[in-house]
Design a binder for this molecule. Structure first.
Ligand code: CMX
Length: 132
């Protein structure tokens, strides 16, 4: 069902500071910025060779990332897997007893269909499927 790791989400307090840190300390390249009203966040997509990091900053304290930052502070937020057929991935995940946060795929900031699985279903790791 999975074809690879699509990206790793990292929650940050200040997006511009985080972009600059990844650029100056790691030589990582900013490729895209986006805003999600649905998830109350602004994001920066950073390329690190073949991998991608999604830096996430909250636009509201009540958003998922805002609550995460208040409770846990900055750090690893989610792991996203690439899947070729997200409807099938959700069907399989549901059949395996995972708690789906999105019962139907929705449009994500990459312009691809996405869906989240609750962290409590996968050992404390918030998990995202991205259709590629
Ligand atoms: N990773 C691991 N655990 C997390 C978590 C995360 N990212 N976010 C919350 N939790 C844990 C909390 O620590 C808490 O654990 P305890 O019950 O042990 O204290 C529990 O989940 C509930 O946390 P909460 O603060 O009460 O938050 P909610 O239940 O309101 O929401 C969640 C939690 C996962 C359902 C919500 O954050 C969500 O729907 N996330 C999916 C959407 C999202 O995160 N969007 C941002 C990324 C968008 C993108 O990349 O496109």
């Amino acid at each position: 069902m999975l074809t690879g790791i699509h990206h790793v989400g990292v929650a940050v307090a200040d997006l511009d500071e985080a972009i600059e840190l990844y650029r100056s300390a790691l030589g990582a390249k900013l490729v895209h910025r986006a805003r999600s009203e649905t998830d109350g966040l602004v994001a920066a997509f950073i390329h690190t060779g073949t991998g991608e990091i999604e830096l996430l900053s909250a636009t509201s304290p009540d958003s998922p990332v805002g609550k995460f930052l208040a409770k846990r502070g900055p750090g690893l937020h989610h792991l996203a897997y690439a899947v070729t057929d997200i409807a099938k991935a959700l069907e399989d995940a549901r059949a395996a007893g995972l708690d789906l946060l999105d019962t139907k795929p929705r449009m994500g900031m990459h312009g691809s269909l996405i869906a989240f699985v609750h962290p409590k279903s996968l050992g404390g790791v918030l998990t995202e499927f991205v259709e590629t």
